[in-house]
Design a protein around this ligand. Structure first.
Ligand code: ZN
Length: 136
């Protein structure tokens, strides 16, 4: 597999608007987009920090993955996302190496990226997302 950089860091929050205020008013960053990803039952807000983005995730449903995470562990860092190429083959390669995949096939994530998650059991406890930008 070929990772080029950290695409974003995903942070679970309880209230998107309140959290955006912290990143804008205190850290001086600028939110450049808010987007709902219905499949994942989240609303997301993005900030660019150099090459890396911060993705804030607010659940739209207590039964969704972020809803459950916040319920169990509270707000905080949720996942780390790497930019990679050829996601479909990368997933096959990882599965062949015994890595437990949450998504066996790429699916659509925020910002039109193809994404897939690796299970934290296989990644030293870090929920890991792989992203491919097919428009590039
Ligand atoms: Zn993400």
């Amino acid at each position: 597999m070929k990772i080029s950089h950290i695409e974003h860091i995903g942070i679970a929050v309880k209230n998107l608007e309140e959290s955006i205020k912290y990143y804008e008013d205190i850290l001086g960053l600028e939110c450049y987009g808010v987007e709902e990803v219905k499949e994942q039952k989240v609303r997301t807000a993005f900030f660019q920090v150099g090459q890396v983005k911060i993705e804030l995730l607010e659940s739209t449903d207590p039964e969704g993955p972020i809803g459950k995470f916040v319920e169990k562990r509270g707000q905080g860092v949720h996942h780390l996302a790497f930019a990679t190429e050829d996601l479909e083959n990368t997933l096959q390669e990882l599965e062949g190496k015994g890595i437990q995949l949450i998504d066996k096939q790429p699916r659509k994530g925020a910002e039109g990226l193809d994404i897939a998650f690796l299970h934290p059991k296989s990644t030293g406890g870090v929920l890991t997302e792989l992203c491919e930008d097919k428009t590039k």
